[in-house]
Design a protein. Structure first.
Lengths: 303, 314
């Protein structure tokens, strides 16, 4: 950092005819160093809870119960993880999460992709109405709907089922993914497909050989987005999956903490459980975040 | 899958231009999405509208047909002092969180611009890691940090010489409960704001800023009169999104309440609906509050929806 600072200032210095170059220059260097220090502190503050989670997960619980806390690994252990995994219902919660997330991702990708094709490749009566619906629906909070959703599943006898909770996940996630994929589909010119058809491919061949591969990055981004939403979801799961045996991982983690609280929380095991849930998410998230940010504010950037 | 084959069929029939001659195809493509939205969103909204106009209590749970009561449920709620307490609390909480988040986010974005690339990347990684944390795991970690017995926060404050934090229970008092909730929500939301605003800042040309410096403008003036106007579209959308998202805070509060917080004094609107519906099985009142929340959300989100719609038209 100290190497980068002077060279960066040096590059821009000739453009600035300051009256006393040396003083101005010193001030700029000082400002940059100060900003770097503040930036590193901010980075540490934001990363610390995640670091603390992983560190605590590997620390023996007895060590976590005494002060001062240790901020570096000390006699790391994996026993917290075995404690978490062998705790009640971890296996069934993992299975449930995988089933719900899998079904949701597949359904979201298929439904949203077809809808995105429709609105980006065709002008038709009702298109604007559909777009407005999609935009409004993606704003509706789960908290404003979950009582009705609970009632609906209860009436249909579908509480605690994968299909029941997935239906609401798909409905909640499809709008934003339609919007996201719309951009990708519009980015692949229809002319390309038509050119391939002139070269002798059929309509479907052109679609599968030309358009679909070009859309792959968009589909991956949308799929990861759907994965993150379904994997992390808590609110709808709370009402739709009341039975302990039907819990997804976020509900399981909450129950694990509550159970642990009865005998003075075993934070080592709880942090191991949190780490298990968080790590796949962090990996996927870092892969896809660029796409998601630009999706949310792209209109404004182009503004 | 059946929809796939249906939609492929007309497409394969020929090479005629896709616009105009085949008006059925786009509707077929929309069927699955529309169906799932109607079932998963449309029906619940419809059910809530109907239920909020009916008497729907325990008697109806046991099979008595619900009775149409007009706007009685709404007037009961709107004259209930507790509803207004919760609504006001939610709005204040939402605005405080949204503005604090955006203020810190803009500060961090400016910081990213001011530091060398290596430092900026470290900062971005720190933000991304925090942003990526699943909600329940994040709240759990923060509960551990704020744990009254062995939490790092109490230990640190005591080390720094603040008295009374040894064994201090943050979640027992409404005010410090909401302080913890705010810390969690700001921590979770700043990365999105900072990275979006930073992306907008990179669009501000260096020459403009240099010209302003040569003309004698200080950092404050440059920020107020050059940077803010240039990034205003992103700023307003980010602020609006924060307001929309912070208005629907439910899970963080619910999870923090698990640790023995006073529920009645810490409920926000979502938690109130949950308590009414799931807790007391008073579906009519829960539906009426839900409709009010939905209406409020749509009203607040409308500018965002309009800006996206404008993007679609262009």
């Amino acid at each position: 950092m100290s190497i980068a600072t002077p060279s960066a200032v040096g590059r821009s210095a000739p453009a600035r005819p300051a009256p006393r170059p040396s003083a101005a220059r010193a001030r700029r260097v000082a400002g940059r160093v100060l900003a770097s220090v503040v930036a590193l502190v901010v980075a540490a503050l934001w990363a610390f809870p995640v670091y603390w989670m992983v560190l605590s997960a590997f620390t023996p619980t007895a060590r976590l119960r005494v002060t001062p806390p240790s901020f570096w690994p000390e006699s790391p252990t994996t026993s917290n993880f075995s404690g978490a995994v062998t705790g009640t219902n971890f296996g069934s919660a993992l299975k449930m999460s995988l089933a719900v997330t899998g079904l949701t991702v597949v359904a979201v990708l298929l439904f949203a992709f077809l809808a995105a094709l429709a609105i980006s490749r065709f002008r038709f009566r009702g298109r604007t109405a559909f777009v407005i619906t999609v935009l409004v629906v993606q704003m509706l909070p789960a908290e404003g709907l979950f009582i009705a959703q609970y009632k609906m599943l209860a009436t249909a006898g579908m509480l605690n089922t994968v299909v029941g909770v997935s239906l609401f996940y798909v409905a909640a996630i499809v709008p934003f993914t339609v919007w996201m994929l719309r951009g990708f589909v519009a980015g692949v010119p229809a002319d390309l497909e038509e050119a391939a058809m002139i070269d002798g491919l059929s309509r479907s061949q052109a679609f599968f050989r030309i358009t679909l591969p070009l859309l792959a990055p968009g589909l991956v981004a949308a799929g990861v987005y759907a994965f993150l939403q379904a994997w992390n979801e808590f609110t709808v799961a709370l009402v739709a999956l009341p039975a302990e045996s039907a819990q997804t991982l976020p509900l399981w983690l909450r129950g694990f903490l509550a159970a642990s609280a009865n005998r003075g929380v075993d934070w080592g095991e709880v942090m191991a459980a949190s780490t298990l849930i968080a790590i796949p998410v962090i990996v996927f998230f870092v892969l896809v975040q660029n796409r998601m940010t630009s999706g949310l504010v792209s209109g404004a950037v182009k503004g | 899958m059946s929809t796939m084959t249906e939609t492929r069929a007309p497409a394969r029939t020929g090479a005629e231009p896709r616009r105009g001659r085949r008006p059925r195809l786009p509707y077929l493509l929309l069927i699955p999405a529309v169906a799932v939205l109607l079932l998963g969103m449309g029906y619940p909204v419809y059910w809530q509208v109907i239920t909020s106009l009916q008497q729907y209590g325990l008697a109806q749970q046991f099979g008595q047909p619900p009775e149409f009561v007009g706007l009685t449920n709404y007037s009961a709620i709107l004259t209930d002092g507790y509803f207004w307490t919760v609504a006001l609390r939610s709005v204040v909480f939402c605005l405080v969180n949204a503005f604090v988040t955006v203020a810190i986010g803009v500060g961090v974005a400016l910081l990213m611009r001011a530091v060398p690339t290596v430092v900026r990347i470290i900062l971005q990684v720190g933000l991304l890691v925090a942003w990526a944390m699943p909600l329940v795991a994040a709240v759990t970690v923060w509960k551990w940090l704020f744990d009254w017995r062995t939490g790092v926060v109490n230990w640190l404050l005591t080390q720094l010489g603040a008295s009374g934090f040894d064994g201090h229970n943050w979640l027992a008092q409404p005010l410090s409960f909401f302080l913890v909730a705010t810390v969690i929500i700001v921590w979770m939301s700043v990365p999105f704001v900072a990275l979006s605003v930073y992306a907008a800042l990179t669009q501000v040309p260096d020459e403009v800023l240099e010209a302003a410096t040569i003309d004698g403008a200080g950092p404050t003036k440059i920020f107020r009169w050059i940077i803010v106007p240039m990034i205003r579209p992103v700023l307003s959308i980010v602020l609006l999104l924060q307001i929309i998202w912070d208005l629907r805070v439910f899970a963080q509060i619910r999870l923090l309440q698990d640790s023995g917080a006073p529920v009645r004094e810490t409920n926000l609107l979502g938690n109130y609906i949950y308590e009414l519906g799931i807790g007391r099985q008073d579906f009519a009142s829960a539906a009426a509050v839900s409709i009010l929340v939905l209406a409020l959300t749509i009203a607040v989100s409308w500018p965002y929806v309009r800006s996206l719609l404008a993007e679609d038209r262009s």
